[in-house]
Design a binder for this molecule. Structure first.
Ligand code: G
Ligand code: G
Ligand code: MN
Ligand code: NA
Length: 249
């Protein structure tokens, strides 16, 4: 397929880049964490990861691409002021590669970044294929000080059992729950319950997809730790993100 052929060349042609979306910590009222989001500039357009990550996963290209993302994200975070963390999305396929832990270590070392400034976001689908080596890798990363977040929470199967399978640092509540938050009592009840669940388990909670003041007020009232969404900021170019962080510092 043409996506596959193009993707094989994308790295050497330097067509991949990262955008950075800041997350607002509600207690501190500042940016504690920034999510790295991959983009592919190809043939005069920018292709979203929802289009090419599945192809990259099928072909195994996600392993070198994911390694590039780790290095690039850590390198950027090392230039940010203060102790702002960077969050990197990991594909389940990267866990099947035996040296994921080594890749993470070398990205941190090359950038001179403390492990505590890296968060790894994994989805429930990773744990669907859960094997001992996956949880071993997660435990090893976490013992180094790297944080681990459960991304898109609430969209997969048997979500609750995943919370028992690994001590996540953070639960990111899928943005589909945000869409009708202000009009549907059931969405409100679910958000409130998930935030409470996070609190009882000692996990922080991020509300994704916050686009309106009403949604912000509601998740704040229910005690979410952090918000992510277009209301606070869309994904930014690296220089714009650096400016925002320097203006806060
Ligand atoms: O930024 P955007 O909304 O287009 O991202 C769409 C999806 O792609 C999200 O689910 C996000 O988690 C995923 N994604 C973004 N960057 C990366 C990346 O570097 N690696 C992987 N595996 N997924 C990513
Ligand atoms: O699956 P993941 O949470 O990693 O996806 C992050 C994606 O969500 C990014 O591609 C980003 O562009 C998108 N996103 C971030 N904030 C908002 C928002 O407020 N509304 C919507 N619809 N998408 C958002
Ligand atoms: Mn994510
Ligand atoms: Na998400």
């Amino acid at each position: 397929r043409s996506i596959e052929a193009g993707l094989r060349m994308a790295m050497q042609r330097e067509e991949l880049r990262l955008m950075f979306q800041p997350l607002l910590g509600l207690e501190e009222n500042r940016v504690n964490c920034v999510e790295a989001l991959l983009r592919w500039d190809h043939d005069d357009r920018t292709i979203s990861p929802t289009e090419f990550v599945p192809v990259a996963e099928e072909t195994g290209l996600i392993v070198p691409i994911g390694e590039w993302v780790l290095h690039e994200a850590c390198r950027a975070a090392a230039t940010w002021p203060g102790d702002v963390r960077v969050a990197v999305n990991l594909s389940p396929v990267q866990f099947r590669h035996k040296d994921l832990v080594g890749q993470v270590k070398s990205a941190l070392l090359a950038a001179g970044l403390e492990p505590t400034r890296l968060e790894l976001e994994i989805t429930e689908s990773l744990l669907l294929t859960e094997s001992e080596s996956t949880t071993d890798a997660l435990h090893e990363l976490r013992s180094m000080g790297v944080r681990v977040s459960l991304d898109d929470f609430g969209t997969g199967y048997s979500s609750l059992s995943y919370l028992r399978s690994f001590p996540f640092d953070k639960i990111k509540i899928d943005r589909s729950f945000m869409a009708d938050l202000t009009t549907r009592a059931d969405s409100q009840a679910i958000i409130k319950a998930v935030i409470g669940l996070g609190q009882s388990l000692g996990m922080s909670t991020t509300a994704e997809g916050v686009e309106t003041e009403e949604q912000l007020a509601m998740v704040r009232e229910h005690g979410a730790s952090e918000v992510q969404g277009f209301l606070f900021s869309p994904p930014l170019h690296p220089a714009a993100l650096a400016n925002l962080l320097h203006s806060e510092a």
